[in-house]
Design a protein around this ligand. Structure first.
Ligand code: TRP
Length: 464
């Protein structure tokens, strides 16, 4: 069908992949992980992971997608055929699609919370509330399935409405509006935080002072997992977007831009959030509640300015989440459309409806199923799905892609595709893909299976 369709503009691959990368991972997860993992130490390790692992893997997924111009499964099939490699590698793409189906199902629930917060900042209901009251507000939202089902449904509907219109008309056009808006809004909040709170130095110190004693093996492992999640790697999302890439666009250059923009946005999110948190005498180490309780309380305490900041901030979160959620729907829809020739419109809405329904498993885990123990794992459905995707499927997907591109795929494909890279950097890239990336991801993988305690113990015995 549309397998020769390309982005209308040269810059769209960068725009789309950056849109996929920047999301809740940057605005919600990164800041609280900085808070939980020792500030500057985590930031430094994160930057190393992005450069050493994120960038080369981003290039690899792009190579496969751009070479084949088709959906992720066919992209692997086509490169495997030319390389005389096993067609079983297609399983990587299938697994990726299953994983993003699950990730999207709860990603949308969390994005729904941002919709709810935007609404309640607009109505003024949150303004003036104390920490305890905001906490109660959040708990009430979590305890209310109906309210969440509505917002989760609205978010999935918005996602479907964009994807149904196609790659150029839907994805490309909507991102052309959303991404500039995203940058402007975040810069506005950073500007406010820098100029009005008087806590910029403290934030800078907090985020960038490197205390090496805080770099534990677990910090490294968390940073690596976060780098994969934030850059949307390992799930064939980048591969799918790369299939629409124009021939004359350089993979190396694009990957550098995407990686840099995503990282800058995560750092900016920290620079926007922490000064406001500090200025209101609150702690940065609140974990997942950093946005929905800590930061929201700060906004609530700041009168009209806080109301405007609250609306702006949560609106920003919605745009960022939407530009990511569409990237999680496109791989399946593209494959289904090309494979069975069905209408894009019907495929998209049916798929999104199924994702929405599956999301109810997670949604109900915040209330009526909170204490359900699935198959004796000690986890409720949401915790289990989150664990399986973030801690197992994501690193496993990354591992398979690095083994495929590093070892199984014919390296002349990569050499052709990375035409702008000189011999030295090409060899460096290949060595990183073959040896460094698999070993490091293997470690992340082991640690998530064994758990934090056992893993730390093992690493300590090796180091001693
Ligand atoms: N990267 C996005 C974020 O930071 C989330 C995301 C989009 C994602 N597509 C993905 C994560 C694919 C893993 C895999 O919020």
């Amino acid at each position: 069908m549309n397998d020769k369709l390309v982005w209308a503009k040269k810059s769209t691959f960068i725009l789309a992949a950056t849109g996929s990368a920047i999301g809740l991972g940057n605005l919600w997860k990164f800041p609280y992980m900085v808070g939980e993992n020792g500030g500057g130490a985590f930031v430094l390790v994160y930057l190393v992971c992005v450069l050493l692992i994120g960038l080369p893997v981003m290039m690899s997924e792009t190579i496969v997608g751009k070479y084949s111009h088709g959906n992720a499964i066919d992209a692997i099939a086509k490169t495997a055929k030319r390389s005389n490699a096993s067609q079983l590698w297609k399983g990587t793409a299938v697994m990726g699609m299953v994983a993003i189906f699950v990730i999207l199902s709860f990603y949308s629930v969390i994005a729904g919370w941002a919709l709810d917060y935007t609404y309640h900042f607009v109505t003024g209901e949150l303004t003036g509330k104390s920490v305890d009251e905001v906490k109660r507000f959040f708990d009430t939202l979590l305890a209310d399935p109906k309210r969440q089902i509505l917002w989760h449904g609205l978010f999935m509907f918005l996602t479907a409405a964009i994807i149904a219109r196609g790659a150029q008309e839907g994805i490309e056009k909507s991102l052309g509006i959303m991404m500039p808006l995203l940058f402007v809004l975040l810069l506005a909040i950073v500007g406010y935080s820098m100029l009005a709170t008087g806590r910029f130095n403290e934030t800078f110190e907090y985020m960038f002072s490197m205390d090496f004693s805080k770099v534990t093996p677990m910090v490294v492992i968390n940073a690596m997992g976060q780098a994969f999640f934030s850059l949307s790697l390992g799930m064939c999302v980048i591969m799918t977007y790369a299939a629409y890439m124009r021939k004359d666009v350089s993979i190396t250059e694009s990957s550098l831009y995407i990686t840099a923009l995503d990282t800058v946005m995560a750092l900016l999110a920290g620079l926007a959030i922490f000064p406001i948190v500090f200025a209101n005498d609150m702690s940065a180490g609140a974990g997942p509640g950093l946005l929905f309780v800590t930061l929201s309380t700060a906004f609530a305490q700041m009168g009209t300015v806080g109301m405007i900041l609250g609306i702006t901030f949560f609106f920003l979160v919605i745009i960022a989440a939407l530009s990511s959620s569409i990237s999680m729907v496109e791989p399946f829809v593209k494959w289904f459309e090309e494979r069975f020739g069905l209408s894009r419109f019907a495929t998209t809405f049916t798929y999104c409806l199924v994702v929405w329904a599956f999301g109810l498993l997670s949604l109900l885990s915040f209330n009526i199923w909170a204490d359900v123990d699935v198959l004796g794992t000690g986890k409720n459905p949401f915790d289990l799905l989150d664990f399986i995707t973030s801690s197992i499927l994501l690193p496993l997907g990354g591992l398979l892609i690095s083994l495929y591109v590093g070892w199984a795929m014919d390296k002349t494909i990569s050499r052709e595709q990375l035409f702008s890279l000189n011999g030295f950097f090409f060899t460096l890239w290949l060595v990183i893909m073959r040896f460094i990336v698999p070993v490091l991801i293997g470690l992340v993988f082991l640690s998530s299976i064994l758990g934090e305690e056992k893993m730390t113990a093992i690493i300590n015995t090796i180091i001693d």
